[in-house]
Design a protein around this ligand. Sequence first.
Ligand SMILES: [Zn+2]
Length: 158
Amino acid sequence: MRCDDLDDVIEALAEGDTLSAEYHAHVAGCSRCQARLAMARAVDRLLATREAPVPPAAFTFRVMERVGRAEWRAEQLVDVGFNVAVAAGIALVVAGVVGLAWSLGWLTVERPTLEAVGAAIEPWVSSTLARGPTVVLAALLLTSALGLWWWVEGEASL
Ligand SMILES: [Zn+2]
């Protein structure tokens, strides 16, 4: 046995663990390993005299809460990705069906039909445009409210 073979077990020997007789025999006959063992025991004694810091009362609860929150966020990200993929798939299927119907000539739109649709939505479009500043203000309020909500959610998770 060589001195290097004791590198991984010197701490166990210092703590008084019983290992195979080969280790003990080597230490008994090797002054270098006796010195290493004495040093490891001295370190153990020194560490034993030091006061171990006491964690706060809610330490475990807080750590587990953070772990749970991190897992929840990861699952949420996977859910969002899954939903986006499903929506993209549905949009692709719908576009394919519409494209097929269009190519088969089932979706021909006559000009009078387009004009009728335009005439039907024209009052709604012009009234919305007339209320432009109100619509823009409402959009800004909604955006800032959503942004604030998002920010608070991010702060609460810290
Ligand atoms: Zn040795």
